[in-house]
Write a new protein. Structure first.
Length: 110
């Protein structure tokens, strides 16, 4: 399962279901399967929202969530900017993302 807003292969106009919503459905229907998206982009959702979504999936699944987070697609990818425009998402520059992650790590380390 992936955390992309558009298909990553095949027909660009084809379906691309929202990964966290599908994880919730799988969590409710399975008992032993470990659940998670490959890497969840921190560009698509505010950090508090992503934490709440992940917590909900973890509770529904009985603690079976495997969580991975990243900064999303590389800015040079042809569809990287298009995705943000189409879905009305801010496209932070990589330096700002790196600064935010560094600030969070330093804050958590204290």
């Amino acid at each position: 399962m992936f955390d992309h807003l558009m298909p990553i292969g095949g027909d660009p106009g084809g379906p691309a279901y929202e990964g966290w919503t599908l994880l919730s459905a799988l969590a409710a229907q399975t008992r032993r399967l470990r659940l998670g998206v490959l890497v969840s982009s921190n560009r698509f959702r505010p950090p508090a929202m992503l934490a709440k979504i992940a917590t909900t999936v973890d509770i529904v699944s009985g603690g079976r969530l495997e969580f991975g987070i990243g900064v999303g697609s590389r800015p040079s990818h042809p569809l990287a900017g298009f995705r943000h425009i189409v879905f009305g998402l801010p496209a932070p520059c990589p330096a700002n993302v790196a600064r935010w992650v560094t600030d969070e790590l330093i804050t958590k380390d204290r």
